[in-house]
Design a protein around this ligand. Structure first.
Ligand code: 5U1
Length: 673
C-alpha cells in the first residue's frame, strides 16, 4: 500500500472506531459484533506501529493507556469548578425556590432541569478544535490535577467531538463514576486474589483515576456522564437543557433520567419518583440536582461564595452510616458454606433500618481487621445486601474482642473444612446438618425451582424442626393430618399447600435439575445439561469428561455434578421424588442451528394467563433467546401479557417488535414446546 492509501485507511479506521465506540458506550446501540471491532482496532494498531509519525492523541488506540507518569501536573481552571448548596428536606428545597423567585421578583413557577447527582468524581474536559486536549480533576475548584492520560482510556468520553459546529474551545464538566455491577465485579476479583477491596464505587472511581499508570485505569469499568459546559465569549445556549442536548449531539453521555419541569412541586415529585427507583439504577446517586433552566436567569442570580444561586442538590438518605458491631453469628448455607453475619446496632441506611450485614468470609474479617464492639461503616446500596466496608479505628475501645473462627459447624457440630485456595469454610455434615437440609429444601421449593406456592422459608424451617421432613422427597409424603398439627396452620392453608405440592410435580427436566441444588448449577447450566443429556439417567451416568462437553460446564462444575450423582443418598432422594410422581415431558433435542431465537434478546412483561413468567422464560431460553429484565435498544422482542406498563411503552417508543400472549403460545406450539 502506498503511504497515501495507508494514511487514508488509517483515517477511515479511526473514524469507524470512533463511531462504533460512541454507538457502543454512549448510545448502548452497537452496530457491529465485538470481534469485528477488535479486528478494525488491531488493523489500526498495526498501521500506527508501521507509521509512528502518524500517532495522535485522538486515536482510539490511545484508550489502552500509555507509559506511567512520574506525577500529575497541576491545572488551573479558567472558569472555577463550583460546588453546590444542599437541601436536606423538602422544606429546604421549597425555601430555595421561594428565595430565588423573590430575587427574580417572579410570581410564576420557574423552569427547572432535574438531574440525578451521580456519586463519582467531578472532572473537566477541554476540547480545542473538537479534539480532547486535557482532562482535569476538580481539586479545590481553582486548581486540579491533569489526568488527561487516564480520561482518554474511558470509552464513553469522546476523543473527538461529533458533528461540525462546536466552539473552538469547549470545556465540558461532568462526573466520572463506576457503575455498581463493575464495582462489585472488581471487588469480587480483589477478594478472590486476596487484595484490597474498595469501600464504595466512588472510592473505586477515585482510586482508578489517581493511577499514574493509565494502563491500569484502562482496565477499570469507568464511565462519564456530563452535566455542564463552560464556553468563553458568546453565549452558546439560552437554556441549560439546550446545552445538555448539544452535549449529546457532540458525542457525550448525558443522564437519560434528566427531565425539564415547571415549578417546585414538579421538582418534589421528580425527587420522590427517582428516590423510589434509586435501588434499581445501575449506578449510585446521592441526590437530585435542580437547576434553573433559563441561562439569562442563571446569570441574573449569580453566585454566592463558591456555589451558584440557581442550583441546589436535594440529598437522598445516606447509603453509608456508622454503627456498632455487637456480635457475629455464623450461618450455614445450602452447600455448607459458613458465612459470618454481623449483628449490628440497628441503623437507618440507604432508606431502611439495617441490623444484619454480611462479612462474606473469614478472609474478609482479616482484611477489615474488624472486632466485636468496633464502630464500623455499613453500606447498603441497590439490591446488594448490606455490608461492613470499613472499621473506624479512631473509635476503637479497649473492650473490643476478636471474632473467633468456629471450630466446628455451629448447627450440627460436624467438622469444618477449607478447600485449598478457597476463602470459605464449609460444614462437612452434608444432609446430616439441619441447616443444609433446610436450605436445600428452601431452594427446592423456590419460584425458579419447583415453584411450590405457599411453601416459604419459615414453613420449611417449621417442617424440619418438627421432624416432619428430612429431604425434599418427604415434602410429597406430607399428609393433611400432619400439616394441621403445625402452629399457625389452618385446614384451608394445609389443603392449599397439598394442592401446590401436587401441582409442582409436573415440571421440566431443567427445573428439576436446578431444584436439586447441585453446587454451581444455576438455571442456565441446568437448561444446558437438560438439552445435552435429555434424560436423567444419561446425566446421572455421565463421566466428568462428557460433562465438559456441555456449554458453561468447566472442570469444577463437572466434578460437582459427578459427585452429586455418585452419592447413594442423592440417588435415593431422586428415586423417591420420581416415585412420588415428579415428572417432566421428554426433552426435544435442539442443536445450536436448530434454535430459532439464537442471538436474540427478549423481554417478558405483564401478566400471562396460560403459564408463569418463569415458565415462558425457560421456553424462550430453550429456543436460544436471552431473556433480559428491561427493555433497551438491544431488545429484539417484547412479549407482553395483560396490564403491561412501562416496558410496553418503552418498547413502543423504541419501535421494538411486540407480541401478545396468544402469539407467544403460537410460537411455543410451532416449536413443540
Ligand atoms: N448532575 C449534576 N451534578 N452536578 C454537580 N449537575 C451538577 N452540577 C454541578 C455539580 C457540582 O455544578 C454546577 C451546578 C455548577
Amino acid at each position: 500500500m502506498s503511504d497515501a492509501s495507508s494514511r487514508a485507511r488509517l483515517e477511515s479506521l479511526r473514524e469507524q472506531l470512533h463511531e462504533h465506540s460512541h454507538r457502543y458506550y454512549v448510545l448502548d446501540e452497537p452496530s457491529i459484533p465485538d470481534a469485528e471491532y477488535d479486528r478494525l482496532f488491531r488493523e489500526l494498531q498495526e498501521l500506527e506501529e508501521q507509521h509512528p509519525e502518524w500517532r495522535s492523541d485522538d486515536s482510539p488506540t490511545r484508550r489502552v493507556g500509555g507509559a506511567p507518569l512520574a506525577a500529575f501536573s497541576q491545572v488551573r481552571h479558567e472558569t472555577p469548578m463550583l460546588s453546590l448548596d444542599n437541601a436536606f428536606s423538602e422544606q429546604e428545597l421549597r425555601d430555595f425556590d421561594a428565595r430565588i423567585r423573590g430575587r427574580l421578583e417572579s410570581e410564576r413557577p420557574l423552569g427547572y432541569v432535574c438531574e440525578p447527582k451521580l456519586d463519582g468524581i467531578a472532572v473537566s474536559l477541554l476540547y480545542v478544535d473538537g479534539v480532547l486536549v486535557r482532562g482535569a480533576t476538580r481539586g479545590d475548584g481553582q486548581t486540579g490535577e491533569d489526568i488527561s492520560e487516564n480520561v482518554r482510556t474511558i470509552q464513553s468520553i469522546p476523543l473527538k467531538l461529533k458533528g461540525e459546529s462546536w466552539p473552538s474551545e469547549l470545556e465540558v464538566r461532568g462526573e466520572i463514576y463506576m457503575p455498581r455491577a463493575g464495582f462489585e465485579k472488581l471487588n469480587t476479583e480483589a477478594r478472590e486474589q486476596g487484595s484490597k477491596t474498595f469501600v464504595n464505587p466512588r472510592n473505586a472511581a477515585a482510586g482508578s483515576l489517581r493511577q499514574l499508570d493509565s494502563r491500569i485505569t484502562a482496565k477499570r469499568p469507568l464511565e462519564m456522564c456530563c452535566y455542564g459546559v463552560a464556553v468563553a465569549g458568546d453565549s452558546w445556549f439560552e437554556r441549560h437543557s439546550d446545552a445538555l442536548a448539544r452535549l449529546a449531539d457532540w458525542g457525550f453521555r448525558v443522564n437519560a433520567e434528566m427531565a425539564v419541569v415547571e415549578g417546585v412541586d414538579a421538582c418534589v415529585d421528580y425527587y420522590h419518583r427517582l428516590l423510589s427507583r434509586r435501588d434499581h439504577l445501575s449506578y449510585d446517586i446521592d441526590g437530585i440536582v435542580f437547576k434553573v433552566d433559563d441561562v439569562a436567569l442563571q446569570q441574573k442570580l449569580g453566585f454566592v461564595s463558591r456555589a451558584p444561586r440557581w442550583a441546589i442538590a436535594h440529598k437522598f438518605p445516606a447509603q453509608e452510616e456508622t454503627t456498632v458491631l455487637r456480635d457475629v453469628e455464623f450461618q450455614v448455607g445450602r452447600t455448607g458454606a459458613v458465612t459470618p453475619v454481623a449483628k449490628l446496632k440497628p441503623v437507618f441506611v440507604g432508606g431502611v433500618t439495617v441490623s444484619n450485614a454480611t462479612l462474606h468470609n473469614f478472609d474478609e474479617i482479616d482484611r477489615l481487621g474488624v472486632k466485636i464492639g468496633d464502630t464500623v461503616v455499613v453500606r447498603r446500596a441497590g439490591d446488594v445486601i448490606p455490608q461492613i466496608v470499613q472499621v473506624v479505628l479512631a473509635r476503637r475501645e479497649a473492650s473490643v474482642r476478636d471474632i473467633a473462627v468456629p471450630a466446628c459447624c455451629p448447627v450440627c457440630n460436624s467438622e469444618l473444612e477449607r478447600a485449598p485456595g478457597e476463602a470459605v469454610l464449609r460444614c462437612t455434615g452434608g444432609l446430616v446438618c439441619a441447616a443444609q437440609r433446610k436450605e436445600a429444601i428452601k431452594h427446592f421449593a423456590s419460584r425458579k425451582a419447583m415453584d411450590i406456592d405457599g411453601l416459604g422459608d419459615k414453613l420449611v424451617e417449621q417442617l424440619v424442626d418438627a421432624g416432619l421432613i428430612e429431604t425434599m422427597a418427604d415434602l410429597y409424603k406430607l399428609s393433611l393430618d400432619q400439616l394441621v398439627e403445625l402452629e399457625r396452620m389452618g385446614k384451608k392453608s394445609a389443603e392449599n399447600l397439598l394442592a401446590a405440592l401436587t401441582a409442582s410435580k409436573d415440571t421440566s427436566f431443567a427445573r428439576f435439575l436446578y431444584a436439586l441444588g447441585i453446587r454451581e448449577v444455576g438455571e442456565a447450566t441446568a437448561l444446558n445439561l437438560a438439552q445435552h443429556f435429555q434424560t436423567l439417567d444419561a446425566l446421572a451416568e455421565a463421566s466428568e469428561e462428557s460433562l465438559l462437553e456441555v456449554a458453561d460446564v468447566g472442570p469444577i462444575v463437572a466434578s460437582h455434578i459427578h459427585s452429586f450423582f455418585a452419592s447413594d443418598h442423592n440417588r435415593e432422594v431422586i428415586r423417591q421424588l420420581r416415585d412420588c410422581g415428579v415428572c417432566w415431558p421428554e426433552v426435544v433435542s435442539r442443536s445450536d442451528t436448530d434454535q430459532p431465537l439464537a442471538g436474540q434478546t427478549w423481554v417478558l412483561t405483564g401478566n400471562l394467563e396460560s403459564m408463569t413468567r418463569s415458565q415462558a422464560k425457560e421456553k424462550l431460553q430453550t429456543l436460544g433467546a436471552k431473556v433480559a429484565g428491561s427493555v433497551s435498544s438491544k431488545t429484539d422482542c417484547l412479549a407482553a401479557g395483560a396490564n403491561a406498563g412501562s416496558k410496553l411503552r418503552k418498547a413502543e417508543e423504541l419501535g421494538i417488535s411486540i407480541i401478545n400472549e396468544a402469539e407467544l403460545l403460537a410460537l411455543f406450539d410451532r416449536e413443540k414446546l
